[in-house]
Design a protein around this ligand. Sequence first.
Ligand SMILES: N[C@@H](CCC(=O)N[C@@H](CS)C(=O)NCC(=O)O)C(=O)O
Length: 211
Amino acid sequence: MLTFYYSPGACSLVSHIALAEAEAPHDAVSVSLAKGEQHADEFLRINPHARVPALVTDVGTVTENIAILNYLADRFGADGSVPRGDPYRAARCNQLLSWCSSTVHVAFAQLFRPGRFSPDDAVHQAISDGGRAALVSHFTELDDLCGEGWLAGEQFTAADSYAAVFYRWALRSKFDMSVYPRWAALTRRVIERPAVVRSLEQEGLTAAEFA
Ligand SMILES: N[C@@H](CCC(=O)N[C@@H](CS)C(=O)NCC(=O)O)C(=O)O
């Protein structure tokens, strides 16, 4: 049995959706980041980096969305995670996931948690402003990547889930979203999927938060 640790609406939603898409049997455990539960000893034994997501398997724990998604693809099939069977499609999806995780997410962290980048309060506003400016550029690139179908090809993948998670964060951060119509349309297609609806329900989120 798998145990999945997530926080509602956090980046862990990307792996949560993949678990639901693959119909992988699992227990889901909510970790409140607002209450600091990620720093509790019990959770640090699961992920010493104090971050969600974390997936506890029978043979060990996997952390980091990209690692969890590739694990799910190999173990349960590629639905909603990373394509299998076509090396280019798999690489293209991992490329998008890596950009989301190491570039776009980090710019959000600058905006939300400048204290992670410097202990000096005097520079926090500048760090946040830098994150906001970087995000505008990343959002333009993301909107340009969105077409009629899915980001990594004909198949829905975790890259599409990431885009939807970021769309909700951007809305909450009061960006002008009217300039990203293709990204908005992609997000609508993502949140209509039955497995995504189930994941949102489990995390206590509503479709209205993505529009
Ligand atoms: N690179 C990691 C990032 C994980 C991460 O930063 N998770 C955030 C939630 S979106 C977290 O747990 N933050 C806890 C904190 O900031 O204290 C991944 O992709 O899994």
